[in-house]
Structures are given as structure tokens and as C-alpha cells.
Design a protein around this ligand. Structure first.
Ligand code: SF4
Length: 337
């Protein structure tokens, strides 16, 4: 696919998006203040990864009160950190935060480097987070390509949210846009979460006149891959059992069986995130971080959720196996991961 577009169309797009932001942007969000430090931007971006904005707002304020600077965070133990983070899920992110803070203090004198490559050497900081820090804190010229940006730009210019999955294609747009990247990032994030959502609200969209997705009635996106699996609709996942893969940082996997690897099997009554946590807390005194199911499929006609969980606090008494042993086990069963 050749990704190119006219200046006129780009200009229309930027003008409409920024106009939307002026009228309906979420400037009230605590991480949209003027004069945010790189540390404050970074904390918000880590918390917002995979977690809803409304949920992050409370955590963000409390967290910064307790750890107002990167030096405060660098000195924190996991036990001190956890009460201000528990509930956000994705605990590897939390551990990465402490480690990254230590490195910023030890290696960069307590200042997040104003350099994308150096930022991306910090644990948990990828292209998107580095761009967000550079743009929001330092005002540098970087677009932060999250799923919102890719969806809006992909649909408007090429008719499909998947168009910018082509590696390197985002760079074309970095050059094409002329407005402040900081403003564009904020505007596109808000527009993508309010108007051009998973099911786009084209009927109220100020971009529809020139939007390729709208003009094609979404044909290209549908052709590029529809939604979900039709079998999903027939299976009653509320009654699913859980195959739980319990691990320690993905290095050691705990087995439900003494002499070989077996996942834990939980009955349907425990097939929610809270249910799984309760199950392990009550039986084994363990606190877990539970991920959303990474696979759903019937196993011998029983609806089954495949879930990963990590031990947060407590001493597991189960035998442990390597990741490779688990892979071997899964291959033997014919289950992919
Ligand atoms: S017209 Fe529809 S698809 Fe196009 S940008 Fe607006 S909401 Fe998204």
C-alpha cells in the first residue's frame, strides 16, 4: 500500500481536529496541565496503558502526592509502591516504573533525557511513551502513535484503521502535519476516544466530508478483517471454566501438579478477575495480579478462559517449572499461546 495524501486534505484534517479539541477536548484531565514535568507525563502514560481514563484519575493524584518526583519513586520499595498502584493491573508495568526511576536518577541525574533513543532504553518505555514524554513535557515534534491516532488517521486518509499497521508508515504523517504535535496528540487522543471510536460516530463527525472510511461506508476496513469470531456469539462465556497459568515474572510457572506442569483449573464460579483473586487468597494466602483472558475456546465442549496471573505477595508452595516446560506442555495439548 502506498501511503500518500494531499496537503489540502491534511490541512482540512488538522484544522477540524484542533477545532474539535478547542470545543470538546479533555483539557481538565490532570495530566493535561501546562508545565507538566517529564516525570508527571511518564507516570500518566504508564498508568493509562490499558487502563481507562476515569480509573486512572484517582490513582494519579494520590500517586504523585506520595511520590512527587522521580527521586522519591526511585527510593521506594515494592511494598511502599504497591498501595498506590494496586488495582491498576499489569504489575510488570509497576515493577518497570521503579526500575526506570532508579535508572533516571542513577544514569541521567534525575532528569528524563530529551532524546527518544535514550528514553526507549528505560524499562517499559516504548516508542509511544517516549514520543508522549517528548511532546507533552518538552514540546518536541513527535506524534505518539497509540491505537487512537492510528485508527483516526488510518480511517480518514485510507479508509481503514489498519492502514497504519504498515511498519514505518506513521513517519509519513510526522512530516505531513504542520501543527504543534503536542496539540495534535491531545486532540487525536480525545477525538479517537469520543468520536472515531471502535464503532465510529460518523453521523456527528466534523471530518466526514473528506473521510475515506465514511465515503466508502467502511468497506475497506471490513475487508481488512471483521470483528470477532461468530462462534463467540453462540458460546456462553459466563459459564466458562478457567485455565490459569500462574507465574513469577514469566520466569517460573507454578504447577498444580507435583511432578509435571499443569495449569490450575478453576470452576465457573471463579471465572472473573475478582473470583480468581479470591480463590487464591482464601486457599493459598496469595495476592495475585490477574490479566484479562488471552484466549477463549471450548475444551472438550466446555467453554474455557485461558488466563495469566502473577504472584504479587505471598510465598507460593507449588512446584515451579520453566517457561519452556510450559511451552512444551501447550504444544503437547495442541494449544497455541
Ligand atoms: S467520519 Fe467516521 S470514520 Fe471518518 S473520522 Fe469521522 S468518525 Fe472516524
Amino acid at each position: 500500500m502506498i501511503l500518500s495524501t494531499s496537503n489540502l486534505k491534511t490541512h482540512f484534517f488538522e484544522a477540524k481536529i484542533l477545532d474539535f479539541y478547542r470545543k470538546a477536548g479533555r483539557e481538565h484531565l490532570p495530566w493535561r496541565r501546562e508545565g507538566m514535568t517529564a516525570y508527571e507525563v511518564w507516570v500518566s502514560e504508564v498508568m493509562l496503558q490499558q487502563t481507562q481514563v476515569s480509573r486512572v484519575i484517582d490513582y494519579y493524584g494520590r500517586f504523585l502526592k506520595r511520590f512527587p518526583t522521580v527521586r522519591d519513586l526511585a527510593e521506594a520499595t515494592w511494598e511502599e509502591f504497591l498501595p498506590y498502584y494496586a488495582g491498576l493491573g499489569y504489575y510488570r508495568r509497576g515493577r518497570n516504573m521503579i526500575e526506570a526511576a532508579k535508572r533516571v536518577v542513577a544514569g541521567h541525574g534525575g532528569e528524563f533525557p530529551r532524546d527518544k533513543k535514550l528514553l526507549m532504553q528505560l524499562p517499559g518505555v516504548g516508542d509511544y511513551t517516549a514520543s508522549a514524554i517528548l511532546s507533552f513535557a518538552y514540546g518536541d515534534d513527535h506524534l505518539a502513535w497509540d491505537t487512537n491516532l492510528k485508527r483516526v488517521v488510518g480511517r480518514f486518509f485510507f479508509g481503514s484503521k489498519k492502514a497504519l499497521d504498515v511498519p514505518g508508515s506513521e513517519a509519513v504523517f510526522e512530516q505531513g502535519f504542520t501543527s504543534s504535535k503536542k496539540d495534535l496528540n491531545a486532540a487525536l487522543m480525545d477525538f479517537g476516544s469520543a468520536v472515531c471510536t471502535g464503532r465510529p460516530k460518523c453521523n456527528i463527525c466534523p471530518l466526514q466530508k473528506h473521510c475515506r472510511y465514511f465515503l466508502q461506508e467502511g468497506a475497506q476496513e471490513k475487508a481488512a478483517g471483521g470483528r470477532g469470531d461468530s462462534s463467540d456469539k453462540k458460546t456462553n462465556w459466563k459459564d466458562a471454566q478457567v485455565f490459569l497459568f500462574l507465574h513469577e515474572n514469566h520466569r517460573r510457572y507454578y504447577s498444580a501438579c507435583p511432578d509435571r506442569f499443569e495449569m490450575f483449573v478453576l470452576p465457573p464460579a471463579y471465572n472473573s478477575r475478582e473470583g480468581i483473586k479470591t480463590y487464591f487468597k482464601e486457599r493459598y494466602g496469595l495476592d495475585l495480579a490477574v490479566r484479562p483472558p488471552h484466549q477463549k475456546m471450548p475444551v472438550e465442549d466446555v467453554p474455557t478462559l485461558f488466563v495469566n496471573a502473577q504472584v504479587l505477595l505471598g510465598e507460593p508452595k507449588f512446584p515451579a517449572f520453566s517457561r519452556e516446560a510450559v511451552r512444551e506442555f501447550l504444544r503437547g495439548k495442541g494449544w497455541s499461546r
